[in-house]
Design a protein around this ligand. Structure first.
Ligand SMILES: [Zn+2]
Length: 280
């Protein structure tokens, strides 16, 4: 099918009560594995890369690869910049053809967050792209470099962000965390329920690696439409490579195929949990 806007995928998910997986990718093998899973299961997906990962997967090289793969795909694929931290990187992603960007100014005050989102929204509108932002703060950070204190999203701030920016999706902090959970996550569904009443746009759950299948389903019922999964896919790919290393006979291309398989396995599993399969 093609490269599509995230908001289109999330609207269809809202109308039919399922979630769309936003899968972090870092190399060609992961892109191929994620798209293979989506095609086999007839599911829309979002491919994303976070700004903190760009030293490993440079945007100018990897971004066009993600977009090319989305265009070639038999299912609709949105290409998203996850946790954009500055305007320059956001602009670069938009110029490359990313169909959505997240600007993460959640560590600032709500008014500063709003100002940042307004700026990004202005650029994104020129490209016909969507904008996601976050209210509250998740424990941990995208690359594990910082261990933020968790700060629940305040529904008043969620509403204020929407009213002042008319952005396309809002990520919530309801007890979810980046990276691996130290303890079993306890999600606060009351915040989700309240946030959903306040804004008419799709809500996003980051930190999907370690959330139980039941909690994923409850989140989707509660109005979460985009579910970010990163660590679990990286671990699945790494696990496949570890298994490959045990083989007596090794060659690069077998290893490459195992990396594709690692991403494929984790993405397939989550597509089924998010109930986005057989939607195309
Ligand atoms: Zn995140």
């Amino acid at each position: 099918m093609s490269l599509v806007n995230m908001s289109k995928l999330l609207k269809e998910a809202e109308d039919n009560n399922y979630g769309v997986g936003a899968f972090s990718v870092a190399n060609m093998e992961m892109v191929l594995g994620a798209i293979k899973a989506a095609e086999e299961l007839k599911s829309p997906i979002i491919l994303q890369v976070a700004q903190v990962r760009l030293p490993y997967s440079p945007l100018s090289v990897f971004g066009p690869l993600m977009i090319a793969a989305a265009k070639e795909s038999k299912v609709p694929v949105a290409v998203h910049l996850d946790h954009g931290l500055d305007i320059e990187t956001v602009k670069q992603a938009l110029e490359l053809g990313f169909t959505s960007v997240m600007i993460d100014a959640s560590h600032l005050t709500i008014n500063e967050n709003i100002q940042m989102v307004q700026k990004v929204k202005e650029f994104a509108d020129k490209y016909g792209a969507d904008v996601e932002a976050e209210v509250g703060q998740l424990a941990g950070s995208e690359d594990g470099s910082v261990d933020h204190e968790m700060l629940y999203s305040d529904p008043d701030e969620v509403e204020k962000l929407y009213q002042n920016t008319h952005l396309n999706a809002i990520a919530l902090s309801i007890g979810n965390a980046h990276g691996l959970y130290k303890n079993e996550p306890k999600l606060n569904f009351e915040i989700l329920e309240e946030a959903r009443k306040r804004v008419p746009i799709p809500l996003v759950l980051h930190g999907g690696s370690g959330i139980s299948d039941d909690d994923f389903r409850k989140c989707i019922k509660g109005g979460i439409r985009k579910l970010n999964v990163a660590t679990a896919t990286f671990m699945s790919v790494e696990g496949e490579v570890r298994e490959y290393c045990k083989l007596d006979k090794k060659d690069y291309f077998t290893m490459s195929a195992r990396m594709v398989q690692g991403a494929y396995k984790n993405v397939s599993r989550h597509i089924e949990v998010f109930q986005s399969d057989n939607r195309i």
